[in-house]
Ligand binder design. Structure first.
Ligand code: C2E
Ligand code: CA
Ligand code: CA
Length: 565
């Protein structure tokens, strides 16, 4: 049978080297397992490749040779539709040449003087297996759009470089595009693809000038593993300029994170940190480059520690809930109307930790549910306790994280809490930040509608920090607008800022919902807001967030006032 015949026939290997001793040694290593043919220079090699095209399993190619060198052969083979399916393993004694050969499409390399025989056999075997197993290996290795390596291939090579050349100082660089999905939405996919292509081209041009490899890691994220550069700002500016040529109407902003080479740190970790650095570049337009440094390392260690400590904190009751009052300023004197529950973490070693430090952390690690559940339960218990002991129902708002809204059990959890504590649904209000609405409008509107129909009141938190259009707003189910603190900060000194507050109040009137102004610190701010028609005020002017016992005093004082009047 033809097939079994073919299978039994040994695979053909071409060894190309101008030095006889090298040909002999390799031949000796491989002869038991393969049929071997030889060439002594590039020109001869090409002829033999053409001749044996249908049978040749792999080429072992020396780089430095007379007549035609190995680079030229590589170049020709890799750019030929038919020849390029044959894998080439490069033989080299020169460290820098290896990398260049890999960039040019060599499948692997073997260093001279030759390593242990078993290693060479295993490498040759593996490359043949790969090329036979995946006919389209080269398509899988490359991203079609940018012609950069696929991510798995990229990491394989990065690891190899790291392993074989621990003395090379290779930096991890991560680059991505701010709000790429928005750019796609506004300008169309084709435009987005063009941006990526142009970046791919420029990255390849850069890699032509220095040693390194690159991949498109995912949609708009690029990974570069390259020889240490002195000035990454310059590199980033170079890429930025390239995309600027495309973006007459669209503003495209690149951002970059770099983790410089560190002795013994493997590429995976190096890139994790480069990505962390990249993610630290926020929307502010001052910096677009972040280099991973000691501060960030400490920050990461702290985060790791907090994550580890979470469960203990719950068990040991290190979390507690503070309450910050909201006052109705349209009454004279202003009247306590409700409160916001704000979590606090009393860490036994680190002291009081602000939620700004751990909420985003637990959100990104999917642990926020544990924290929020605790707060909701605690707040509900507290409302019931005050009602029973003081005879006053103080409605308390709790914060819902943007991640909570994806929890399929959310409605059941909240209902359970309200019912268990015998509360009226209106007395536990839910604050949902504006950006949670805009990030996943469809999903959240459905959820909020259901929660509202159960009787919960919804406050839109940090209003004005997101990007809802008036159009979107009017279809968003909400009961209260909480104006972002930024609006209030400068109203005493800036006419323009005050106008903005008036705009927010107008929007609220249009939506027929009351406004809570947050972050009100001075009497003047409070008066300006009150006179402009803002109904509720929360902030240090009235009170900082208080432990329950102190908040209780506030309730009692209110009762006195009511009784006196
Ligand atoms: P937020 O929901 O916008 O809460 C208001 C923040 O402003 C609170 O910070 C509060 O202490 C602070 N604040 C109140 N009045 C003033 C003022 O007059 N001036 C200034 N400068 N700040 C004022 P806090 O307690 O540090 O909380 C920060 C953020 O952490 C909250 O922002 C909220 O997004 C989040 N957070 C707090 N507790 C929870 C919680 O239980 N669950 C979730 N998911 N997030 C929470
Ligand atoms: Ca809030
Ligand atoms: Ca807020």
């Amino acid at each position: 049978m033809i097939i079994s015949n073919q299978l039994r026939r040994p695979r053909l290997v071409l060894i190309v080297d101008d030095q006889e001793i090298n040909r002999d040694v390799l031949g000796m290593i491989l002869e038991d397992d393969y049929e071997i043919i030889y060439a002594t220079n590039g020109r001869e090699a090409l002829e033999m490749i053409e001749e044996n095209l249908d049978r040749l399993s792999v080429v072992l190619l020396d780089l430095i040779m007379p007549e035609m060198d190995g680079f030229k052969v590589l170049d020709i083979v890799r750019n030929d539709e038919f020849l390029k399916r044959i894998p080439i393993i490069v033989l080299t004694a020169e460290k820098n040449a290896e990398l260049r050969a890999l960039q040019m499409g060599a499948a692997d390399f073997i260093t001279k003087p030759f390593e242990m025989h078993e290693v060479i056999l295993a490498r040759v075997g593996r490359i043949i297996e790969l090329s036979e197993g995946r006919q389209l290996i080269s398509a899988a290795e490359h991203d079609r759009l940018t012609m950069l390596y696929s991510k798995s291939f990229f990491f394989e090579y990065a690891n190899r470089i790291h392993q074989y050349h621990p003395e090379w100082h290779m930096d991890a660089v991560v680059m991505d595009i701010n709000q790429f999905h928005t750019i796609n939405e506004l300008n169309g996919r084709e435009f987005g693809d063009n941006v990526l292509r142009i970046l791919g081209n420029e990255i390849r041009a850069f890699l032509g000038e220095t040693e390194g490899i690159a991949s498109r890691f995912e949609a708009d994220r690029f990974d570069l593993y390259c020889m240490h550069q002195a000035d990454y700002q310059q590199l980033l500016d170079r890429f930025q300029e390239k995309v600027n040529t495309l973006s007459r109407n669209a503003s495209i902003r690149l951002r970059m994170g770099v983790n410089p080479w560190q002795e013994g740190v493997d590429p995976l970790l190096l890139f994790d940190r480069a990505r962390a650095a990249c993610n630290m570049v926020r929307g502010d337009y001052k910096t677009n480059l972040m280099v991973y440094d000691e501060d960030m390392r400490n920050h990461e260690l702290l985060n790791q520690r907090l994550l580890n400590d979470l469960q203990r904190a719950v068990d040991e009751r290190e979390f507690c809930v503070f309450y910050q009052p909201k006052f109705n300023v349209q009454c004279d004197p202003p009247k306590l109307s409700s409160a916001e529950a704000l979590i606090r973490w009393k860490h036994p070693e680190l002291g009081m930790i602000s939620p700004g430090c751990f909420i985003p952390l637990f959100e990104s690690n999917g642990q926020i549910g544990t924290v929020d559940n605790f707060v909701w339960n605690e707040a509900a218990r507290q409302i019931a306790d005050w009602r029973d002991r003081l005879g006053v129902v103080v409605p308390v708002s709790v914060n819902l994280s943007r991640v909570d809204v994806f929890d399929p059990a959310l409605e059941d959890t909240l209902t359970g809490i309200v019912e268990r504590n015998g509360l009226d649904y209106k007395s536990m209000k839910l604050e949902v930040t504006e950006s949670a609405y805009t990030d996943n409008a469809g999903q959240i509107i459905g959820l909020i509608n259901r929660l509202r129909s159960m009787g919960f009141e919804i406050e839109m938190d940090d209003f004005g920090s997101g990007y809802s259009s008036l159009n979107m707003l009017s279809s968003m189910p909400i009961d209260v607008l909480k104006m972002d603190m930024e609006f209030v900060r400068n109203i005493e000194h800036s006419e323009k800022d005050f106008r903005l507050v008036e705009v927010v109040l107008d929007i609220a009137r249009y939506l027929k919902v009351p406004v809570v102004a947050e972050g009100v610190e001075t009497q003047r701010q409070m008066e300006l807001l009150r006179d402009a028609g803002c109904q509720l005020v929360q902030g240090y002017y009235f009170s900082r967030p208080l432990p329950p016992a102190d908040f209780e005093k506030l309730i009692l004082r209110e009762k006195e006032i009511v009784r006196e009047n």
